[in-house]
Write a protein that binds this ligand. Structure first.
Ligand code: ATP
Ligand code: MG
Length: 409
């Protein structure tokens, strides 16, 4: 889902997005409550509060069954079509709680005996509004009210969590508390992440990023490594996120600033939200068609109506890297004469390897294959991590001070 005007995809940032970024810059971010961070970081507390009853076959059994059903599909398939989504939902055996009374945003939400009360709206997209709700006994939850009552985000996220269980990305994926289907909407409850989005942080750091300040080098390398590592894990499991961008990344406290990744290569500081456009490639190995209307994040194949697969995320990673490097959206040429998509102006800051970075952008924006790109992503992840690890102790401490101050820790 996107705030973008659907006709505006050549404009790198829609008016609504611009306004929101400016608001984020002006008003700053939610303050950190240490108890909430603990809640947000743990699955177990919330697992016990799930209202959905799961009796699913294992992910691999589901895949075999479903790939049989879609094996017949001819030509590029729209992964967001109701037919394709419904087909998968039928195979997933996820039991959803449903109510026959309408849900109103100011209503309280009850999750296994805990009552949460509406506080404020924290985000709004084309198809959903997100609210912060608070319990009388302390602790917040995020309540995402989706205009369509279809539980696809909940279903695919359940699948993703199962697939990433025990990997270094386990804690970097939105946790689920419950999903309830109402006649007028779907209501998904998740932990509330108090530290704001990566986009907010980039917006705040924009004056430094725009002037190519050398002090931002650790920040850029650190988040480049985390975002790429997230895609390595997702694509490694044949999952496409489909709406990969800094406003869909919530910030988390970072345990270890000495090296890019934590214990056993754990991804740090980020949690991916907004899974409503995610695609399970395990069930269909052919090409996809269809567009996602996220302004400035639409890959060349979508713009030119060509088949695509992982390009949607690779392109979005390139755009995200541009935002964390320059604090702004990229100006892109979708060339009409060649297949290449290029950046119209790209002056890599001089404290980065100027031979390497244009090639990073170029290869992410112009991936020509329908094969899984995970090996290419691994190389980039390792490059970013090595560059971060090679920074001086002082540079890392400086980043640590600023990040902790931003999170108000
Ligand atoms: N669990 C959460 N904790 C705190 N804030 C959240 C949470 N989930 C969402 N938000 C805020 O709400 C915004 C919108 O959420 P989300 O991306 O899930 O909805 P959306 O309607 O799909 O939005 P968009 O169309 O802008 O992508 C996020 O960018 C974030 O600022
Ligand atoms: Mg979003």
């Amino acid at each position: 889902m996107s705030l973008a005007n659907k006709n505006e995809f050549q404009n790198p940032m829609s008016e609504t997005q611009r306004i929101r970024s400016e608001q984020e810059m002006t008003f700053g971010f939610a303050k950190v409550d240490p108890t909430i961070i603990m809640l947000a970081g743990k699955t177990t507390d919330f697992n016990s509060m799930k209202t959905g009853v799961f009796e699913p076959p294992s992910a691999s059994t589901r895949c075999v069954r479903l790939s049989r059903s879609v094996a017949e599909a001819k030509g590029p398939l729209n992964p967001w079509s109701k037919q394709f989504v419904d087909m998968q939902m039928d195979e997933m055996d996820i039991e959803i709680e449903s109510k026959d009374t309408k849900f109103l945003p100011k209503m309280s939400v009850s999750v296994q005996g805990h009552e949460f009360k509406h506080q404020e709206m924290v985000g709004e997209g084309n198809f959903a509004k997100v609210y912060r709700y608070e319990s009388a006994t302390g602790g917040d939850v995020a309540v995402k009210v989706q205009k369509e009552s279809e539980p696809w985000e909940y279903a695919i996220l359940t699948e993703v969590q199962e697939l990433l269980n025990g990997t270094c990305a386990e804690e970097s994926v939105l946790k689920l508390i419950s999903f309830t289907k109402y006649p007028n909407c779907g209501v998904m409850v998740t932990p509330y992440y108090v530290n704001g989005t990566l986009l907010s942080l980039c917006a705040q750091a924009k004056p430094l990023l725009a002037t190519r300040a050398v002090s931002m080098k650790p920040f850029i390398l650190f988040f480049a490594a985390q975002l790429t590592a997230l895609l390595v894990e997702l694509h490694g499991k044949d999952i496409i996120h489909g709406d990969f961008k800094p406003d869909n990344i919530m910030l988390l406290p970072i345990d270890n600033f000495d090296s890019a990744f934590g214990d056993k290569g754990k991804i740090q500081g980020v949690c991916m939200i907004d899974w409503g456009r995610s695609i399970n490639c395990r069930v269909y190995s052919g090409a996809f068609k269809g567009k996602c209307y996220t302004s400035g994040f639409m890959c060349g194949e979508m713009v030119k109506n060509e088949p695509w697969r992982f390009q949607v995320d690779l392109y979005a990673l390139a755009m995200s890297l541009h935002i964390i490097m320059f604090g702004d959206y990229a100006k892109v040429n979708h060339s009409a004469v060649s297949t290449d998509t290029t950046l119209s102006s790209l002056t890599i800051p001089r404290h980065f390897e100027r031979r390497v970075w244009p090639e990073i952008f170029n290869s992410l924006m112009n991936y020509q294959s329908l094969e899984n790109p995970v090996n290419m992503l691994r190389e980039k992840r390792d490059y970013f991590a090595q560059e971060y690890n090679a920074l001086t102790k002082r540079e890392k401490e400086n980043f640590q001070d600023h990040y902790k101050r931003h999170l108000d820790l």
